[in-house]
Write a protein that binds this ligand. Structure first.
Ligand SMILES: [Zn+2]
Length: 340
């Protein structure tokens, strides 16, 4: 059985244990000074509690108290820093054990977790705080920088490509790029006015998801070219988006859904379709109101869980540890909400 969340672990309740856990993952070789880069040559300073009393207009006092934890002082350059410098947790007033709990919950839930659900389970802050935390954790999950192409050595060499449409676009266009008026289905929304998602899935391996404004030959070809090794076999359905780019690969094999064909030998797109199934089921149930501009963040979340799935030998604890390690070196896009 899959290792389940051991929520009795002190890292989820005790702030010092939480910091020690995070530092261990972030700095396996010892504290790294963000200013001069020296490794394992810093002293940990004692926790420091600050108390501030503010007199309000009505004569009452408002007391604020906070403790600075995890502060290290570099013996080489003298600068002070914590393990959260340069991570998605930087500048946050949210206690570390809450970050660890939120990360664990999001990594362990197969279909994702809404901000409302997270808010209830964390038992603190506001809905906005939970929303902010969830987005920062998604940012940690996202793969950034130079990522390996799919279908390379050791992967089995088959990459399935498929596209799906999910949720309405916010600014539907009335006309195609050729100037024809879109024909609507009887429900009023054809694929052209739905959010297009492209999936590339390595058979038995990793997936990559992309939200594109329009799934056309230009956008699809660019994604396939940039993300798939030329030595791979490309498997798609009979969509007209793939043959031209498909010719650049070792093979391009298509299943003909229109003829009721879903697999021919090892040629199929069942992995990609199965993945879309999980995504749609989870997404529709958990994140009904995701705005289009945030869609790529949710895609990162599903991609991350798929790429660290139990079948690949990763358990909940290891998945959460990986997400925590990836908190480093990420661009920060959200400000801390005032009520956090
Ligand atoms: Zn230093």
């Amino acid at each position: 059985m899959e290792a389940t969340a051991d929520l009795t672990n002190p890292i989820f309740t005790d702030e010092d244990a939480a910091w020690a856990h995070y530092e261990g993952l972030r700095w396996p070789e010892g504290a790294i000074c963000p200013k001069c880069g020296s490794v394992g040559n810093a002293t940990r300073l004692a926790n420091k509690t600050t108390r501030r009393v503010r007199k309000l207009k009505d004569g009452t006092e408002k007391v604020a108290e906070w403790t600075r934890r995890g502060v290290h002082k570099c013996k080489d350059c003298g600068s002070q820093f914590t393990a959260t410098v340069g991570t998605v947790f930087e500048d946050s007033h949210i206690p570390m054990h809450k970050w660890l709990l939120a990360t664990h919950l999001m990594c362990a839930s197969k279909k994702g977790m809404s901000a409302a659900q997270l808010h209830r389970m964390l038992g603190f802050g506001s809905y906005r705080t939970a929303w902010f935390m969830a987005h920062r954790i998604r940012e940690a999950m996202a793969e950034r920088g130079a990522v390996q192409k799919l279908g390379g050595e050791g992967s089995g060499g088959i990459v399935e490509a498929d596209e799906t449409y999910h949720g309405k676009v916010e600014n539907p266009s009335e006309f195609t790029t050729k100037g024809h008026k879109f024909r609507r289905s009887k429900h009023g929304a054809g694929p052209s006015n739905k959010r297009a998602i492209i999936a590339l899935v390595e058979r038995g391996g990793k997936a990559r998801l992309f939200h594109v404004a329009t799934a056309n030959r230009v956008s699809v070809e660019r994604i396939v070219r940039e993300n798939v090794e030329k030595s791979a076999r490309l498997h798609t359905d009979e969509s007209r988006l793939y043959p031209r780019v498909g010719a650049e690969f070792k093979a391009h094999e298509r299943v003909k859904h229109s003829r009721g064909e879903y697999a021919r030998g090892d040629v199929h797109c069942n992995t990609a379709e199965g993945f879309f199934g999980v995504f749609k089921k989870g997404f529709a149930g958990v994140y009904q109101h995701c705005s289009e501009k945030h869609l790529h963040r949710y895609l990162s979340e599903y991609e991350f869980r798929f790429n660290t799935r139990t079948k690949l030998g990763v358990n909940d604890k290891e998945r959460a540890a990986l997400a925590l390690q990836r908190t480093a070196g990420k661009r920060l896009t959200y400000r801390q909400p005032k009520d956090a």
